[in-house]
Write a protein that binds this ligand. Structure first.
Ligand SMILES: [Zn+2]
Length: 364
């Protein structure tokens, strides 16, 4: 039932540069003319753009006939028509952007599918294309208008899904979609993507104990002003922050939380140091002096949980104390409410805190 095309064929032509000038002018904002607020333009201004005469009018009133004419013009062009160029004068290299032709053809439903319905280029594929239309992207203009983009993206997604399923045997696409959805909404548990800081080459432990005993005995006793149990006057006398930063920075320079093992969530206003909380692991009952090794490096959330479920819960604190004293490894299981997690230490820190906890209690 052939279709006849009587209208004059449509051509892609070079058009006036006002659109591209408008679009790219701001990119040259550092090149304002020295004289007042004008532009140094004139004879050497470059403004090249491409389109089809009355293209928007055609697209607003699309028929299969017009669509076919546009299609022919598109696949027979030489390809340069995808970009528009602008430079205010010869001094500057022209900058480029999408041509009017591409901008309009992307924005309208103008390509007929097999049933004659007009679709956006991105929603089409070679397979769904109307039978009178020949797919030919040798000049790249069909790609430039995004033809087939959606299907391509779906394919990429499909490939990712399949690969993921291969590596996570037995998981269905639906499982994966749920996973993607949770991920998109930030609801997945934070994975341990950042390496935990490395232990230093292990030091001479005998010597370390000797030094620790010496230092600890020199460390200030915790003092509380009379009549107040909440304010401790000696708290600022040691540099626990530096101590913890030195221990819990990983090889990527990220400061890692000892409980969730994730990088601290944000940096301070200086944009250099991470914000974190140095939380004293035990109460005065266990630590009677001010000493750096008694502190944990925690992110704000873990610090809050630790405070709620350990500091305020003597029983849990006693359990944690016992666990440290009896553990051979520097990762100590810990329950924070419903959350069964652990506190992980750098070996030297673990050694120090364990040693201090083993000292006989002092009379206050
Ligand atoms: Zn944390």
């Amino acid at each position: 039932m052939g279709v006849t095309y009587k209208m004059e064929s449509l051509e892609i032509i070079q058009i006036g540069g006002s659109r591209v000038k408008e679009k790219l002018r701001s990119e040259f904002k550092n090149t304002r003319a020295r004289t007042g607020n004008g532009w140094v333009t004139g004879a050497t201004e470059t403004a090249i753009d491409y389109s089809i005469n009355n293209l928007r009018g055609y697209l607003n009133d699309i028929t299969i006939e017009i669509s076919w004419q546009i299609w022919q013009a598109l696949i027979n062009a030489d390809g340069k028509e995808a970009r528009a160029w602008y430079s205010p004068n010869r001094q500057y290299k022209p900058k480029d952007t999408e041509s009017e032709l591409i901008e309009y053809l992307k924005a309208y439903k103008w390509i007929p599918d097999k049933s004659g319905n007009f679709q956006f280029p991105r929603d089409m594929t070679e397979e769904t294309l109307h039978e009178n239309f020949v797919y030919d992207d040798s000049n790249g203009l069909l790609s430039a208008i995004g033809f087939g983009e959606k299907a391509q993206n779906n394919n990429i997604e499909q490939t990712i899904v399949e690969e993921w399923m291969l590596n996570n045997g037995g998981c269905t696409i639906d499982d994966y979609k749920i996973f993607l959805d949770l991920k998109g909404r930030g609801l997945l548990p934070r994975p341990e993507l950042s390496p935990f800081p490395k232990d230093p080459q292990l030091v001479n432990l005998e010597r370390r104990t000797e030094q620790l005993i010496k230092q600890y005995n020199l460390a200030p006793r915790k003092k509380y002003p009379k009549k107040s149990i909440s304010t401790r006057s000696t708290k600022g006398t040691i540099d626990k922050s530096t101590y913890l930063i030195n221990k819990y920075k990983n090889e990527r320079g990220q400061l890692i939380c000892q409980i969730c093992k994730c990088p601290m969530p944000f940096k301070k206003r200086n944009d250099v140091e991470y914000y974190f909380e140095a939380v004293e692991a035990f109460s005065r009952k266990y630590f009677s002096r001010e000493y750096e090794a008694q502190y944990l490096a925690l992110c704000p959330e873990c610090a809050a949980r630790y405070n709620e479920f350990v500091i305020k819960d003597e029983e849990n604190m006693a359990l944690f104390n016992k666990a440290i004293l009896t553990s051979q490894t520097p990762e100590i299981p810990l329950k924070l409410g419903d959350w069964s997690t652990s506190v992980r230490f750098i070996k030297t820190h673990f050694y120090d805190i364990k040693t201090i906890l083993g000292f006989p209690p002092e009379e206050n």
